[in-house]
Design a protein around this ligand. Structure first.
Ligand code: FES
Length: 361
């Protein structure tokens, strides 16, 4: 019986997720989005290959590891959920799974090693259903919520995990897809109140596309926010949510050295030979902040991103070097034409403008 529950869980997870992918793929193709794609071979390999490696190798290996470890170390916990109400197990599984993934994803933007495993996800210059799975292999191997899914399956909640994963993949694939189902709701005024509730619960395409936008300059994107995967409640709870109901004009990473897909997918086992790449051996980000402010020419009404991390090569403006740290740039619009003294010591209390705090250094 236990083994049937395990088998059923794994089988249903992957077959239904493949089914959802095929459905989104067909609809994206019919809508013409895939035909117009500029994806290169390396993009396809990473996006489709990563999905099949995840479903066919990484996930089954994690499940097997949990089964072996669970049997050896915690045999008393096997199948304890079997007689529980499946609705309760499903809700508990999903909430813990999604909260874990929120923090894991957020950490992947805030810590350098995890960022290197995740950055290929943000190198995609086009959205699409397969972008959902574009990450380095190691990113998935150590993803805590995958291990959590294995634990719940071991404890007899395989069916709840199977149902939960399918529901979650519908939301995740939908939020990466170019089909952007939510636009329909924004267009029709009588549906907007429905959207106001829905977007506060689940991740919508607009909410997640903003996370993939190239930079905050467009006033829509927030690559250092909107980290949620299934539910938007975590972003709202932990102060990282931005709802604009708009879509970025550009996707991808600024100054992307476009590493070979082998380095992007297999880091750290394979590293980039390009010395400008974060994935190359010995690459370090250096501090470029200086004690003195920098005087720059600003244009009234134009938006700028001021570097807060102190590592940009284009000081005092941001060049996206902050990825992999807890810093993010400050967006501001110039109020008048002319010269302005911008802080470059990064301790001004009136940033981005200099308040002479550097004199205390
Ligand atoms: S480079 Fe973006 S905040 Fe420093």
């Amino acid at each position: 019986m236990e083994q049937q529950v395990f088998g059923f869980g794994i089988e249903v997870w992957d077959n239904l997720v493949v089914g959802i992918l095929i459905l989104f793929g067909l609809v994206e193709t019919i809508a013409g989005n895939l035909n117009r794609t500029n994806r290169k071979f390396g993009d396809w390999i990473q996006e489709a290959g990563s999905f099949f490696a995840l479903a066919g190798l990484i996930k089954p290996t994690i499940i097997l590891a949990i089964v072996v470890l669970g049997n050896a170390l915690f045999p008393a916990y096997m199948d304890v959920f079997t007689n529980w109400n499946i609705g309760l197990v499903l809700i508990g599984y999903l909430l813990i799974d999604d909260c874990l993934q929120y923090w894991y994803h957020r950490s992947a933007h805030e810590y350098p090693f995890l960022w290197k495993l995740h950055r290929t996800h943000h190198q995609a210059e086009e959205m699409g259903f397969f972008v959902s799975y574009r990450n380095a292999a190691l990113y998935y191997v150590i993803m805590p919520n995958l291990w959590w899914g294995g634990i719940v399956t071991f404890m007899g909640g395989g069916l709840a995990v199977a149902i939960g994963l399918v529901l979650k993949q519908i939301v995740i694939i939908g939020s990466h897809s170019t089909l952007s189902w939510d636009k329909f709701f924004y267009r029709l005024s009588f549906l907007r109140p429905v959207m106001s509730v829905l977007e506060r619960i689940i991740i919508t395409p607009a909410f997640h596309h903003a996370h993939h936008g190239k930079s905050k300059l467009d006033g829509v994107s927030d690559p250092n926010g909107n980290f949620g995967n299934m539910f938007s409640i975590w972003d709202q709870l932990f102060g990282t949510a931005t709802f604009t109901r708009q879509f970025p004009s550009d996707y991808g990473l600024p100054n992307d050295p476009k590493e070979h897909w082998t380095a992007a997918y297999l880091y750290p086992a394979v590293q980039s030979k390009d010395q400008n790449s974060e994935l190359s051996k010995g690459y370090v980000k250096t501090r470029t902040a200086t004690p003195e402010p920098l005087t720059v020419e600003l244009k009234k009404g134009e938006a700028y991103l001021w570097c807060q991390c102190g590592m940009s090569k284009t000081q005092p403006f941001c060049d996206a070097s902050h990825h992999g740290t807890k810093f993010k740039p400050i967006r501001f619009e110039a109020q008048r034409d002319g010269k302005a003294k911008l802080c470059n010591c990064k301790i001004s209390k009136t940033s981005p403008f200099c308040d002479n705090s550097h004199e205390s250094l």
